[in-house]
Design a protein around this ligand. Structure first.
Ligand SMILES: [Zn+2]
Length: 126
């Protein structure tokens, strides 16, 4: 099994209503996003997937978040836009996008909201 990871970023504002601290107030982050994909078949160039193709697909998802007030996005009306829920959102959007590809699948999405704090989402393998 091969696993590829790319690192991309976006900037956005959010707040966590009812949080007992300063994150309750509107503020922004430069979020770093690590996306890992996996598969066991390489193409004739010896690649699982071209890094630029992977970045293009991930950036299409990040376009829906970049420079937005995350609390106003439909997907975050029922759940708070925490690093955990953002990681899950990106994972699920990519999973939909990758459903047409037979050779690779998303394995993990990690969202860093600061240099020292990150949340990851992945599905348990059956
Ligand atoms: Zn925050």
């Amino acid at each position: 099994m091969f696993e590829l990871t790319i690192l991309v970023d976006f900037a956005a504002a959010h707040c966590i209503p009812d949080y007992p601290g300063k994150c309750q107030r509107l503020h922004g982050h430069n979020w770093k996003v690590e996306v890992s994909v996996q598969g066991d078949k390489l193409d004739n160039l010896g690649m699982l997937v071209d890094f630029s193709e992977l970045k293009r697909r991930v950036n299409m998802v990040l376009e829906t978040l970049d420079h937005h007030y995350l609390n106003e996005i439909e997907s975050f009306r029922q759940v708070n836009p925490t690093a955990e829920n953002i990681a899950c959102y990106i994972y699920e959007q990519l999973e939909k996008d990758f459903s047409t590809l037979e050779t690779i699948s998303v394995s993990k999405v990690t969202v860093w909201e600061s240099l020292h704090s990150a949340a990851s989402y992945k599905k348990l393998s059956i």
